[in-house]
Design a protein around this ligand. Structure first.
Ligand SMILES: C[S@@+](CC[C@H](N)C(=O)[O-])C[C@H]1O[C@@H](n2cnc3c(N)ncnc32)[C@H](O)[C@@H]1O
Length: 210
């Protein structure tokens, strides 16, 4: 019922031509739009939506069971500020208007640890180029992983990208979650299994400091 009735009301459809202003997807104009790519079961997205009811949140997930789980939370918690894209999040990013998003989360993306699979990693210079276009000046990109190799890969790509500045000042900044962090399901399982998460916060250059 949620899939057949609620999903069509919340699902983002890409325009056949032109770009999509993400703020226009919400019933009332949001204070800002935040985007999460690969939300899994949607626990983090739902918690952010509940904590910030004046924001508009868009979640992307290709895993059907995850979409169903998030729909359940939206219904149970009466969240009116979430919209869903059920395909590759990079397609949505390509379709959005420039400088329209204030925060992007890519949390515990599939690590693809084998060298020959690295090209499948969602965090790439091409993805950063696309995100830089849709992120407003000063907007933040929040990344996390429990794979040390992927963390090093993320740091390298973010610090080499001309449009982003890594906000870490000391090791605690990548060993501990940033202020305002809400845990993800994957993260809770990883910590329970004794794995160590790494956190990366970057700012889209321009505007304020950095
Ligand atoms: C390891 S899970 C982490 C889920 C969640 N972020 C968490 O921390 O609990 C990664 C998720 O990203 C999704 N995913 C991978 N590539 C994606 C893409 N291009 N667009 C949207 N979702 C994607 C997968 O289906 C999977 O559910």
């Amino acid at each position: 019922m949620l899939i057949t009735e609620l999903l069509p009301r919340l699902e983002v459809r890409l325009p056949e031509r032109g770009k999509l202003d993400p703020a226009s997807l919400f019933d009332t104009a949001p204070r800002a739009v935040w985007l999460e790519i690969g939300f899994g079961g949607g626990e983090h997205l739902a918690a952010q939506a509940e904590a910030h009811r004046d924001l508009g949140l868009i979640g992307c997930e290709v895993f059907e069971n995850g979409v169903a789980r998030l729909l359940g939370q939206i219904a149970r918690r009466r969240l009116s500020n979430i919209r869903l894209f059920t395909d590759d999040g990079r397609r949505l990013v390509e379709a959005l208007t420039a400088a329209s998003v204030e925060r992007v989360f890519i949390l515990f993306p599939d690590p693809w640890p084998k060298q020959r699979h690295h090209k499948r990693r969602i965090l790439s210079t091409g993805t950063l180029d696309a995100l830089a276009r849709i992120m407003a000046e000063g907007a933040e990109l929040w990344l996390a992983t429990d794979d040390g190799g992927y963390f090093a890969w993320m740091v390298e790509r973010v610090t080499n990208h001309p449009e982003f500045v890594w906000l870490a000042r000391r090791p605690a900044d990548w060993r501990q979650p940033p202020a305002g962090w809400l845990p993800t399901r994957y993260e809770e399982k990883a910590v329970a299994a004794g794995r160590v998460p790494f956190y990366l916060r970057a700012r889209r250059r321009g505007g304020g400091a950095g």
